[in-house]
Write a protein that binds this ligand. Structure first.
Ligand SMILES: C[S@@+](CC[C@H](N)C(=O)[O-])C[C@H]1O[C@@H](n2cnc3c(N)ncnc32)[C@H](O)[C@@H]1O
Length: 215
């Protein structure tokens, strides 16, 4: 999906993907990454997810990137509540960086974020990011993610359903696709599968994956 699609979704508030509660699968499975305290976790295509606040409350450093500045402003408003608290806003090359305590969120294009800009990451948490992109962009997404994070452990939440019933996003991701994107670099384990009715139309599985580096 191109940038205009997402900007329109945010401007019309058509954000059915946004969850009003912390994702319970994150809460349940973050331990499966065996991360040391204070690890720095990257959330690509982060929207205004409440998972950022939860990870921060657990003592993790959090870095996100999101195309929509509208979304990032909402994220910090919801996070800080009190208007006296404001994130620091700086311009770095093509991205705008919003920072508050140990939370950093870049506004801009994930595909233009460099390894140097991102800095050292200890883990990736991808919920609804890989599934947001069409087939043609997903290989590029996985390659760029690997390049800028250096293949650190990843907690990945995808959806699997009959793509002929509804067209994405979110797109259906099969086991074979996950292997295609990541099996050269990771040992891949399916941790859990939970069924839901997607958009009230099709049975879908939420699938939680643990990706641990092979090296
Ligand atoms: C399906 S939403 C998921 C958001 C978040 N991960 C969550 O769990 O709520 C996908 C998000 O990715 C953003 N996005 C899409 N393409 C992007 C890109 N190239 N760079 C940065 N963000 C992007 C969209 O604006 C949207 O907020």
């Amino acid at each position: 999906m191109e940038a205009d699609f997402w900007h329109e979704r945010w401007s019309k508030n058509e954000i059915g993907f946004h969850e009003n509660e912390v994702n319970p699968l994150l809460v349940k499975h973050i331990k499966d990454l065996n991360l040391p305290e204070g690890s720095r976790i990257f959330l690509p295509l982060c929207g205004k997810t409440r998972d950022i606040a939860w990870l921060h409350s657990k003592g993790y450093k959090v870095v996100g990137i999101e195309l929509s500045e509208h979304a990032v402003k909402q994220l910090f408003t919801e996070l800080l509540g009190d208007e006296k608290l404001q994130p620091e806003v700086t311009q770095i090359d093509q991205h705008t960086l919003y920072t508050f305590e140990n939370i950093e969120v870049y506004v801009g294009d994930f595909f233009k974020l460099s390894k140097q800009q991102l800095g050292k990451i200890d883990a990736v948490y991808d919920r609804a990011s890989l599934v947001a992109l069409p087939d043609t962009m997903r290989t590029q997404y996985a390659q760029h993610l690997l390049e800028i994070t250096q293949g650190v452990p990843q907690l990945l939440i995808t959806l699997e359903y009959d793509q002929s019933v509804i067209k994405g996003p979110p797109f259906s991701i099969s086991d074979a696709m996950i292997k295609n994107y990541y099996q050269n670099d990771f040992n891949i384990t399916e941790l859990e599968r939970i069924s839901e009715k997607l958009k009230g139309k099709v049975d879908a599985d939420n699938v939680v994956w643990q990706l641990l580096p092979k090296r």
